[in-house]
Design a protein around this ligand. Structure first.
Ligand code: SF4
Ligand code: SF4
Ligand code: FES
Length: 532
């Protein structure tokens, strides 16, 4: 471990790291544009110049590795002068767009100008070069060539990560522009990442731009529910609405990136079809009722069914959209009702037919975030077949379906054929779907951005999701609904809060044994025993 002194502070640093990352470990910012830890070093912006003792010229920190005995100054007069000069050059042809630029508030030109330059321009406004503005380059990305500082992060991303090379830098000198090749467009499933890594307002997202000023957005760390990869994300939200998903660094799962399908998946979580009150069938229509009446009705029907047909007449199914805690709470409920609780307990993973397949970067063909969690909890993936067979045998009379749109998965006719003989169907879901429309009772639950809990990805990594805001209307966390239902059935108080359910799960489920919520932050933790 080389010993390095940065701005008078002695640090023991790992071999091979560069001076930007080394300084960051000491809480010292070295301003930079072109350097991105997920891409090759380009060394073209010169914003990261630092002074290294015994070296005659200033060095770029992004391409200088730590070495034993190195003494570095990041705020000496020479460095300050160089930083201000680099910014002056970068701003010579930059348009006066800040009031109308969607990057304002998260723009590295704005930030660094205030911190490292802060001088009036010496360049006449009328002599600035004009370049292309608001160019739709494809895949939902807008390019403003005048705002581009030619750091080449976007071109490197397409060259090194997706290997699609749709963008390049054309022209010479101060006429340089980033652009697509003539007659072509950006066309790949990860294009949104170039918007994330562009340090200025040159690349913006068509769907997000001008919808919300970034300083109004709150951030909540979470996991994308778009497929079984479970990329780490931040949910950017304001007053209970999601405005965008951004990838969050996770070295074990998605590094710095996410796919566009996942990035643009949030509108489906907050659509018009959200369920906002418990519904109970009354003659030929569903009527809203309060939670007390809804839980009482469900509990009484379960008790009556058990009295008439035995405990084996109750079953439950969870889809792999359910969290670990929800699936565990459902399993716990069925075990409380029937001593042989697993007999009619099922899980299923179903990908909507229109969803894309997988690739070898991030995207997985299985569009469920928690197939592995259900498997680890012993909810058999062939749940639909097992439960349909029990219905056909006349055994299963009442089914609780958790985030399980069986009719959507099977088609209405097939659902009727296989599950039509049920006496009673209780649906816990977020939206009015085909199964909810055929249920005897519907209990509205929170979507995953409105929940605390966890998903287990295909690698067996258990990852935290955090509640960003409250669910709409009267919807509740499913773990809470299941706990209330259990209490109404047998008077036993069970944990409904996700953290308590997790602790119970970690104490009793072999695959989760010994895990704690704290151990899941920030990058998740592996199931203790994947074969359990
Ligand atoms: S568009 Fe953005 S990321 Fe691409 S070179 Fe220009 S400033 Fe860099
Ligand atoms: S790869 Fe999967 S988990 Fe990752 S962002 Fe895309 S859909 Fe979401
Ligand atoms: S960050 Fe070092 S030259 Fe750009």
């Amino acid at each position: 471990m080389p010993k390095v002194t940065i701005d008078g502070r002695q640090l023991d640093l790992p071999d091979g790291i560069n001076l930007i990352d080394a300084a960051e470990r000491a809480g010292i910012e070295v301003p930079h544009y072109c350097y991105h830890p997920g891409l090759a070093i380009a060394g073209n912006c010169r914003m990261c110049l630092v002074e290294v003792e015994k070296m005659p010229k200033l060095q770029i920190a992004c391409n200088t590795r730590v070495a034993e005995g190195m003494v570095v100054h990041t705020r000496s007069d020479r460095v300050k002068q160089a930083q201000a000069a680099v910014l002056e050059f970068l701003l010579i042809n930059h348009p006066i767009d800040c009031p109308v630029c969607d990057q304002a508030g998260e723009c590295k030109l704005q930030d660094y100008y205030m911190d490292y330059d802060d001088r009036p321009s010496r360049f006449p406004l009328g002599r600035k070069n004009r370049k292309g503005k608001a160019i739709d380059i494809g895949s939902g990305v807008m390019l403003d060539q005048e705002r581009c500082i030619l750091c080449a992060r976007c071109t490197r991303f397409f060259d090194e990560v997706t290997h699609t090379s749709e963008l390049a830098i054309f022209g010479r000198g101060d006429r340089n522009v980033v652009d697509t090749y003539p007659g072509t467009k950006v066309d790949n499933k990860y294009a949104g990442n170039i918007v994330d890594i562009c340090p200025v307002g040159a690349l913006t997202e068509k769907d997000f731009r001008f919808r919300m000023r970034v300083w109004y957005l709150d951030r909540t760390p979470s996991i994308c529910g778009g497929c079984e990869r479970g990329c780490s994300i931040d949910i950017h939200h304001h007053r209970g609405r999601i405005y965008r998903f951004k990838p969050r660094y996770n070295p074990e799962v998605n590094r710095y990136w996410m796919c566009d399908e996942g990035r643009h998946g949030f509108p489906a979580l907050q659509g018009e079809s959200r369920l906002v009150a418990p519904l109970v069938q009354a003659k030929d229509r569903m009527v809203p009722v309060g939670w007390t009446a809804a839980i009482r009705r469900a509990a009484e029907t379960i008790a009556e069914t058990v009295n008439l047909n035995g405990a084996g007449s109750i079953g439950a199914i969870a889809s792999a959209q359910a969290t670990n805690e929800e699936a565990f709470a459902l399993k716990r409920l069925i075990a409380a009702i029937a001593s042989n609780g697993s007999r009619h307990l099922g899980g299923f993973s179903w990908s909507p037919p229109a969803a894309s397949g997988g690739d070898n970067l991030l995207i997985r063909a299985n569009k469920n975030p928690n197939s592995e969690g259900l498997r680890a909890l012993g909810l058999p993936a062939d749940g639909i077949d097992r439960l349909a067979a029990a219905v056909a045998a006349g055994e299963l009379k009442l089914l609780v379906a958790l985030r399980a749109d069986l009719a959507g998965a099977l088609g209405e006719a097939e659902f009727g054929r296989r599950f039509g003989a049920l006496d009673y169907l209780i649906v816990l879901d977020t939206d009015v779907n085909e199964t909810a429309q055929m249920a005897n009772q519907v209990l509205p639950i929170a979507a995953y951005p409105e929940l605390d809990g966890s998903f287990t990805n295909f690698q067996g990594r258990v990852q935290l999701i955090r509640r960003a805001f409250d669910p709409p209307g009267e919807a509740l966390a499913a773990t809470e609904v299941i706990a209330r239902l259990g209490h109404a059935i047998d008077g036993v108080t069970r944990a409904g809060q996700a953290e308590l359910v997790f602790a119970e799960m970690a104490a009793s489920e072999p695959a989760f044994r010994g895990l704690s919520i704290e151990a899941l932050s920030p990058h998740g933790a592996m199931l203790v025993d994947r074969s359990a």
